[in-house]
Design a protein around this ligand. Structure first.
Ligand code: ATP
Ligand code: MG
Length: 244
């Protein structure tokens, strides 16, 4: 359970000359739910894009262990990248049916028994009745569940979730949190969950990282992070003294 999946070393990410992320060291371990908390603009989505190997850092290294070897943004093969699936903060769905959206990734990968897998996932996310519906007719919560279903059907080893419940009502938040919990319990999927919500991190995370202004302020097992924070900024964040 303690194998390292990611190693982030001396990483900086810079956009237009502005450094928005500085991480001397961070590891993500096999089978954990690492929640990344932090105020808006802290660099959470940037960190997730680096872990997804979608971007190369301006400095330093983000290394991903495939099970056989270490790879980076520059060296990862298609099959290596396919171990990682990211659900974006603002998912873009194909202008097609729910079913077509969920099937798409499997089609691209040339998977055969796609139909049965798509049906099973749609049942899991309670969208089986809407399988034929066009995504433009969906509510926000339903669309978010399609985005999650599209990721789950690929059975990734690593799931990167960027605020998967932002702007949803409590019922949909509950549904999505249950899916995340099940995925972790049943498949041992390594999950990095970006969220604004301290409560969500409490409910789901095994370990928590707090990012403020591009710096990792504290990384600790969830119980210690919440009950005995070491950094004054973590305490301030937990008591709601940070302005979002
Ligand atoms: N592609 C980009 N080009 C220029 N600036 C960017 C780019 N991506 C991110 N930034 C900037 O980097 C900083 C961190 O952005 P990021 O999206 O990682 O924050 P975040 O923690 O995810 O915020 P939020 O909670 O609002 O989603 C912001 O100031 C943002 O404007
Ligand atoms: Mg973000």
């Amino acid at each position: 359970m303690s194998e390292t999946v990611y190693e982030v070393r001396d990483v900086q990410q810079t956009y237009g000359g502005r450094t928005v992320l500085r991480i001397p060291h961070l590891e993500v371990r096999q089978g954990e739910v690492l929640s990344v908390l932090g105020p808006s603009g802290a660099g959470k989505s940037t960190l997730l894009r680096l872990l997804a190997l979608l971007e190369a850092p301006a400095r330093g290294q983000v290394r991903f262990h495939t099970g056989a070897r270490w790879v980076t943004h520059d060296t990862a093969a298609v099959d290596d990248r396919r171990q990682i699936t990211m659900v974006f903060q603002r998912p873009v769905l194909l202008s097609r049916s729910v079913q077509a959206n969920v099937r798409y990734g499997l089609r691209v990968r040339g998977e055969r028994d796609a139909h049965a897998r798509v049906e099973a996932v749609l049942r899991r996310v309670s969208l089986d009745r809407l399988a034929q519906a066009h995504v433009r007719t969906l509510s926000g919560g339903e669309a978010q569940r399609v985005a999650l279903a599209r990721a789950l059907v690929l059975e990734p080893r690593v799931l990167l979730l960027d605020e998967p419940t932002a702007n949803l009502d409590p019922a949909n938040v509950g549904l999505i949190e249950t899916l995340i919990r099940e995925q972790h319990a049943q498949s041992g999927t390594t999950i990095v969950l970006v969220t604004h919500s301290i409560f969500q991190a409490r409910r789901l995370a095994t370990r928590v990282a707090l990012l403020i202004d591009g710096e990792l302020v504290e990384v600790a097992p969830a119980p210690r992070f919440f009950d005995a924070p070491q950094d004054a900024r973590t305490e301030a964040f937990l008591s709601g003294e940070f302005v979002f």
